[in-house]
Design a protein around this ligand. Structure first.
Ligand code: DAH
Length: 330
């Protein structure tokens, strides 16, 4: 036994130790053969023989494992030396992606409205005149069409200029009551410091039986939503105009940068405009054949929300795909 233990101790590398292991425990190994012989041993010697064999097996096994571990470490060490690997060097951390701030903001907006029982609807990016304009009380030659510079296709279809056509599609597809949002990309012929030809909106529409919803419902949900997004802000409803709502209102929050005192971002007004909304114009219901209903609608720009939330000064940085911007949003 001592002889074998010494042999194990003196093994110089992993190959040698493996050879010893096979000699002992392989199919034709000494220990394996010992166990095979057990049945031929006279009964009175059997117990002592087996006990002895077990001890040998356990001892050799333990020694082999110990020695193997030592040899493995030595092997790795010598390999690293010969390969010239400096294990004290820091590894470059793997770079991983991040959710784009516009999409993260969109998700946060969607989360709020889904929790308020709104369904999430989608519509095509290539629209026709009826859904994008006509049904939204924007007849041909209506001056309000100039508010939105449209990309037209050769066949007079167009890239949707807002997510409002999804209101129309949903109303045509379903019956009231309706409680929906429509997130998505929209397109306008516009490019400057504060405009990109593609950007994102989230539209909202609620339709109920006549006199079941009013401006008060709109006011409540938008105030609650804006506080969910921006924290403890004041919310102000300012009269405005949209063809598809009457009355229409633009919604402002107290400036989150100066707390309403006036600063560069809010142009010293103390307020930031964040969305458009209003009570659905009867002409919109007429266009989709709805009678005896009431409703409210709203629409917001996701990039603007993202910029305010993360204090991103330049809209264009959201579209440059610069990994250094994304890395700040992990
Ligand atoms: N569609 C409008 C725009 O793109 C935003 C909007 C304003 C949507 C008021 C609405 C609304 O549904 O009620 O500027």
């Amino acid at each position: 036994m001592q002889e074998i233990i010494e042999k194990i101790e003196n093994a110089k590398n992993l190959d040698e130790i493996e050879k010893i292991r096979v000699e002992l425990f392989g199919k034709k190994g000494v220990i394996t053969a010992g166990f095979a012989r057990l049945k031929d041993i006279p009964n009175e010697e059997k117990k002592a023989f087996a006990e002895n064999l077990n001890i040998q097996r356990d001892t050799f096994n333990a020694r082999i494992l110990e020695k193997k571990e030592i040899l493995e470490k030595e092997f790795i060490k010598s390999k690293m030396k010969s390969d010239g690997v400096d294990i004290t060097l820091f590894n470059e951390p793997l770079s991983s992606g991040a959710i784009h701030p516009v999409m993260a903001t969109m998700d946060k907006i969607i989360e709020y409205f889904v929790a308020q029982n709104f369904s999430v609807e989608t519509g095509p990016l290539i629209e026709d005149d009826f859904h994008n304009f006509e049904a939204l009380n924007l007849p041909k030659y209506h001056p309000a069409r100039d508010m939105q510079d449209t990309f037209y296709l050769k066949d007079f279809r167009l890239l949707r200029t807002h997510t409002s056509p999804v209101q129309v599609r949903t109303m045509l597809k379903e019956k009231p009551p309706i409680r929906m949002i429509a997130p998505g990309s929209v397109f306008r012929r516009d490019l400057d410091l504060t405009h990109t030809p593609m950007f994102h909106q989230v539209e909202g529409l609620v339709v109920e039986d006549e006199s079941k919803v009013s401006f008060a419902n709109l006011k409540y949900i938008l105030e609650d939503f804006l506080r969910y997004m921006f924290g403890d802000v004041k919310v102000r409803f300012r009269p405005s105009f949209f063809p598809f709502t009457e009355p229409s209102t633009e919604v402002d929050i107290s400036c989150i940068f100066c707390g309403g005192k006036g600063c560069r971002v809010c142009k010293q007004t103390g307020w930031l405009e964040v969305l458009g909304s209003g009570v659905v114009d009867p002409n919109v219901f007429k266009a989709v054949g709805y009678k005896n209903v009431s409703g409210y609608a709203f629409g917001l720009g996701v990039e603007r929300f993202a910029m305010l939330l993360h204090q991103i000064p330049d809209l264009r940085s959201l579209f440059e795909g610069d990994i250094r911007l994304l890395e700040q949003f992990k």
